[in-house]
Write a protein that binds this ligand. Structure first.
Ligand code: DX5
Ligand code: ZN
Length: 220
């Protein structure tokens, strides 16, 4: 079976003890930490700025990936880069000059990711795909944790998988939204290899470590 990596989303973590919550995920074998940045314009919610990345950087060895759900991603790349992000993910829907933006991210020495909303067709990223390190297929409409997985995104995940396989370079295919032990087998079968999970990890009654194990088992 393919290796499945887990990216806990701190959106659903207990912010009053964020360092601990990240450390728990690290000890349990998480691959990276997913930081959801929302500006109240691109999505109807407000979350983290670069300060949180700067603060988290020294408390974990895990890579920090920043999912930019903002109206003007180009304006904040430098700030999140300086703060210590390892991967910068911009939305295809908000990047008119996506090639320029991706080259800028790489110029900052960071991994470049592009996120794609449920209603946006895979073909929108066909030409930029060879330049990417990561594709983030949204499996909910971005803006909030705890939403239900949109099963209609599965054909697109399969399409993205075959586009990536055709290129033959190791581009992460990551899914985000409503991922839990029930939906994991479906997204993995469709070709996802990195699973973002907020509620199913940080909202779990069994605790962070057990929740990560449950996701790994569901993926196996
Ligand atoms: C949604 C965010 C997600 C969110 C996922 O807009 O991009 O990363 O944290 O949360 P769950 O896992 O609860 O659906
Ligand atoms: Zn996200």
């Amino acid at each position: 079976a393919a290796t499945i990596r887990i990216a806990p989303s701190i959106l659903s973590a207990d912010a009053a003890r964020l360092g601990e919550q990240v450390a728990e995920a690290e000890r349990a074998g998480a691959d990276r930490i997913h930081v959801d940045v929302m500006d109240g314009h691109f999505v109807p919610n407000l979350t983290f700025g670069p300060g949180i990345v700067k603060w988290l950087r020294p408390v974990t060895r895990l890579p920090l990936e920043v999912h930019l759900m903002v109206e003007r991603p180009d304006d904040v790349l430098d700030a999140f880069s300086e703060a210590g992000a390892d991967t910068l993910i911009v939305h295809v829907e908000r990047s008119i000059h996506l090639n320029r933006t991706v080259q800028r991210i790489k110029g900052l020495g960071k991994r470049a990711g592009v996120a794609i909303n449920p209603a946006t067709p895979a073909v929108m990223i066909e030409e930029i795909l060879p330049d990417l390190d990561l594709v983030l297929a949204m499996t909910v409409n971005p803006g909030f944790g705890g939403q239900s997985f949109l099963r209609g995104t599965l054909p697109k995940i399969r399409k993205l998988r075959s586009m990536i396989d055709a290129i033959g370079s190791p581009i992460d295919l990551e899914v985000d939204g409503g991922i839990d032990p029930e939906t994991t087998p479906e997204v993995v079968a469709a070709g996802a290899r990195v699973l973002v999970a907020g509620t199913s990890i940080y909202g779990s009654r069994e605790g962070v470590a057990a929740a990560i194990r449950s996701l790994e088992q569901a993926a196996a």
